[in-house]
Design a protein around this ligand. Structure first.
Ligand code: UD1
Ligand code: UDP
Length: 367
C-alpha cells in the first residue's frame, strides 16, 4: 500500500511526525504488507526556521519530492501546487493522498488527487470557523467535501460535517497535534532545556505572543492595536516575547515607526523550533495568539490563552475556560493578559494521544 502525504507549512511538518511514527510502528509489527509512505513537500514554507528545523529536530525523513512552489497569492500557490503535484501523483500512483489541516497546501493536495481519482484522506477534518473571509475556511470546506476519509479531532467536527451532509468515511480519531505534544515534550525538556535562559525568561513570569493570521497582519489597524496591547502589557512590567512569523515581520516594517518607542521588556525574536516553542509555551504565564495550534497547546499545558480573533474553530478550548476570545482590542487583551485566571483542570478533549495510530489502522483495514 502506498500513501502520499502532502505537506508544506510549519504546522504540517509537526502534524505529520506522529503519522510517520505510527506507520513505522505498523510496518515493524505487521510484516504482511508494508505501507510505503511518500512525503511530498509543496514548498509553501521554505525559510530554515519555518521548514528544515522541524525535519531536523523531529528526525523526519527527507521529503521524496519538494515542489518548490514558494510564496504568492492564494490562487498562484494553489494553482502551482495543482500543476506540479499532478505530475508526481501520476508517476507515483499512490493508493491514497493524505492532507493535513487547512492551508493552501491542503487544498492543493486534496484537489489534485481527487481530480485524478486518487482517494483523499483529510487529517483534521470538520473544523469550522464559519467565517468565509478566512482562506483557511474555504480550504477546509472544499477539502472536506472532496475527501473520502475524514479524520476528525473532535465530536464538534463530526457534527459540523453531518450538518453539511457528510457522514460517509467520517472517523473520530482525536487530534494528531496532541499525539505530537505528548511524544515531544519530554524530549524537548532534555534537548532544549536551556531555551528559557537563552531568551532571558523566568518560568511563569512572561507572556508568550504569536501572531500570523492574514486577518490580523494584513490589516494595519488591527496589527497596530495588537502590538499596542503587547506594548501596554510590557510597560506594566511583564516580559512579552514574540517569536515573529515572516508574514508578520513583513507587515510590521511599515508600523515600527508608529509603534516606537518599544519597551525593552517586549522581545521580538525569530521563530522558534518546535521543541523550544513547547517549552516556552509550557512555562508561560499567559499566551496571546491567533494560531490554531498554539491555542490547543496552551490548553494542553493548562496555560491561560487569549485568542486574538473574534472566533475560533477550537471551541472546546473556550468551553474548558482556558481560552478567551479578545479580538484585537488593546484594553481587553491587556486586561486578560494581566488577570490571573484558570480554566477547568479536569476538562478533557482532543483524544488520548493515539489519533495517528487510529488513522493508520483505519487505512490498513479500508484500503
Ligand atoms: C500559512 C497558512 C495558514 C497557517 C500558516 C502556518 C494558507 C492560506 N495559510 O499562512 O493557514 O496557519 O501557514 O504558519 O495556506 N514567508 C517567508 N518565508 C517562508 C514562508 C512565508 O518569508 O518560509 C512569507 C512570505 O512573504 C509569504 C508570507 O510569509 O508571502 C505568507 O506565507 P504563506 O505561506 O502564504 O501564508 P502563511 O501566512 O504562512
Ligand atoms: N510553532 C513553532 N515555532 C514558532 C511558532 C509556532 O514551532 O515560533 C509551532 C507551534 O508550537 C504549533 C505550530 O507551530 O505546534 C503552529 O503553527 P502556526 O501557528 O504557524 O499555524 P496554525 O496552527 O495557526 O495553522
Amino acid at each position: 500500500m502506498k500513501i502520499a502525504s502532502v505537506v508544506g507549512a510549519r504546522p504540517q511538518f509537526i502534524k505529520i511526525s506522529p503519522l510517520i511514527r505510527a506507520i513505522e510502528e505498523y510496518n515493524r509489527l505487521d510484516s504482511r504488507e508494508k505501507i510505503e509512505h511518500l512525503i511530498i513537500h509543496t514548498g509553501q514554507h521554505y525559510d530554515y526556521l519555518m521548514d528544515r528545523v522541524f525535519f531536523e529536530e523531529l528526525g523526519l525523513p527527507e521529503p521524496n519530492y519538494n515542489l518548490g512552489v514558494g510564496s504568492g497569492s492564494h490562487n498562484y500557490q494553489t494553482a502551482e501546487i495543482l500543476k506540479r503535484l499532478e505530475e508526481v501523483l501520476l508517476r507515483e500512483k499512490p493508493d491514497l493522498v493524505l492532507v493535513y489541516g487547512d492551508t493552501n497546501s491542503t487544498l492543493g493536495g486534496a484537489l489534485a488527487a481527487s481530480k485524478i481519482r486518487i482517494p483523499v484522506g483529510h487529517v483534521e477534518a470538520g473544523l469550522r470557523s464559519f467565517n468565509k473571509n478566512m482562506a483557511e475556511e474555504i480550504n477546509r470546506v472544499i477539502t472536506d467535501h472532496i475527501s473520502d476519509y475524514l479524520f476528525c479531532p473532535t465530536e464538534t467536527a463530526v457534527k459540523n460535517l453531518k450538518r453539511e451532509g457528510i457522514e460517509k468515511g467520517v472517523y473520530l480519531v482525536g487530534d494528531v497535534m496532541y499525539d505530537a505534544v505528548l511524544y515531544s515534550v519530554e524530549i524537548a525538556e532534555k534537548k532544549r532545556d536551556d531555551v528559557l535562559e537563552r531568551i532571558s525568561l523566568k518560568p511563569k513570569e512572561y507572556v508568550l505572543a504569536t501572531i500570523h493570521r492574514a486577518e490580523n497582519t494584513d490589516d494595519t489597524k488591527r496589527l497596530f492595536s495588537i502590538f499596542s496591547a503587547f506594548k501596554m502589557i510590557a510597560s506594566k512590567g511583564l516580559k512579552v516575547v514574540v517569536p515573529l512569523h515572516p508574514r508578520t515581520k513583513k507587515s510590521l516594517h511599515s508600523l515600527f515607526q508608529a509603534l516606537e518607542p518599544l519597551p525593552s521588556s517586549l522581545a521580538i525574536i525569530d521563530p522558534l523550533s518546535y521543541f523550544e516553542m513547547l517549552l516556552i509555551e509550557k512555562n508561560a504565564r499567559t499566551i496571546l495568539t491567533d494560531s490554531g495550534g498554539v491555542q490547543k497547546e496552551a490548553y494542553w499545558f493548562r496555560v491561560p490563552c487569549v485568542t486574538l480573533r473574534e472566533e475560533t474553530e477550537w471551541i472546546e478550548t473556550v468551553e474548558s475556560g482556558w481560552n478567551r476570545l479578545a479580538g484585537c482590542d488593546p484594553v481587553q487583551i491587556t486586561e486578560l493578559a494581566l488577570d490571573s485566571w484558570r480554566g477547568n483542570e479536569d476538562f478533557c478533549s482532543y483524544g488520548d494521544g493515539k489519533a495517528s495510530k487510529r488513522i493508520v489502522a483505519i487505512l490498513r483495514q479500508k484500503l
